[in-house]
Design a protein around this ligand. Structure first.
Ligand SMILES: Nc1ncnc2c1ncn2[C@@H]1O[C@H](COP(=O)(O)OP(=O)(O)OP(=O)(O)O)[C@@H](O)[C@H]1O
Length: 249
């Protein structure tokens, strides 16, 4: 169990809670996290990354809890986090920014600098290593974000819509990277194409509640009989979130 939530509750100020008494163990391996806009995916991922802290309950990884002050630094070192919106550090180049994240995660400066080159190569940005991040396109900044999550040896990667804004080639490169990772991955997306090629598990969230958790094959089996093979994931998704399906047959 890479990340566990125990009776966690969280709400943004003056809003109704996004999650309440949320207890769930995310599975090992590669998990795709689905759900409609506003379901709470980013909030849950931010809590899992300890960027947000639950108002009650806790989040656990490897015996370390986000509600124990002494655990927090080690908890964060073991987890890589790609938020939905990348912050570029003013004036830093892509290589400096990726190395900086490695250093923040506990690497020494030399190792972080060396590792940043490899991380940028993996996302095909080695030629842009000296470019200022704030001058890069949205899709390139996303790839810098992916490089940031690869630079240190995290045990769990939490990726919030990592392929948003990437062109088709870069989406393919990203899926190849994902396929080669040994770490546990929890990734939110609205893209349900080719789930079986990329992920082991599916978790669907709606209204702050897990509506489905299981293997990709089990998820596809929720699709109504007669659904076209290429539309199984989409149809299963509509069943789990109880939305009216577009024509999936
Ligand atoms: N910073 C914030 N301040 C106040 N409310 C917020 C904030 N961020 C999210 N919310 C609210 O929390 C709820 C869950 O939002 P969240 O972004 O976690 O959903 P999501 O499933 O990631 O959505 P999407 O697929 O659109 O990214 C929504 O009702 C949203 O309006």
């Amino acid at each position: 169990m890479p990340i566990g939530f125990h009776s966690a509750a969280f709400g943004y100020r003056r809003r109704s809670p996004v999650i309440e008494d949320f207890t769930f163990a995310f599975p090992r391996g590669r998990t795709v996290f689905l759900g409609p806009n506003g379901a709470g995916k980013s909030t849950v991922l931010s809590l899992a990354a300890s960027v947000l802290r639950p108002q009650s309950g806790t989040v656990v990884h490897g015996g370390r809890r986000t509600d124990r002050r002494g655990d927090l630094a080690e908890f964060r070192r073991r987890i890589a986090w790609l938020p939905q919106h990348i912050e570029s550090v003013p004036r830093l180049t892509a290589r400096e920014q990726v190395a900086y994240v490695g250093w923040l995660k506990g690497m020494n400066r030399r190792d972080a600098w060396d590792a940043s080159h490899g991380a940028l190569q993996r996302v095909e940005l080695a030629d842009f290593a000296d470019r200022k991040v704030h001058r890069m396109s949205g899709g390139q900044q996303r790839r810098v974000g992916v490089a940031q999550s690869l630079v240190h040896e995290a045990e769990v990667l939490l990726l919030d819509e990592p392929t948003a804004g990437m062109d088709p080639r870069q989406r393919r490169v990203f899926h190849e990277i994902l396929g080669g990772l040994d770490q546990h991955v929890l990734l939110s997306t609205h893209d349900v194409a080719d789930l079986e090629d990329t992920y082991d598990h599916v978790v669907v969230l709606n209204g702050g509640t897990v509506r489905f958790a299981g293997a990709v094959r089990e998820f596809h089996a929720l699709a109504p009989p007669g659904t076209a093979p290429g539309r199984l994931a989409e149809a299963a998704y509509y069943v789990t979130v109880e939305e009216e399906a577009a024509a999936c047959a």
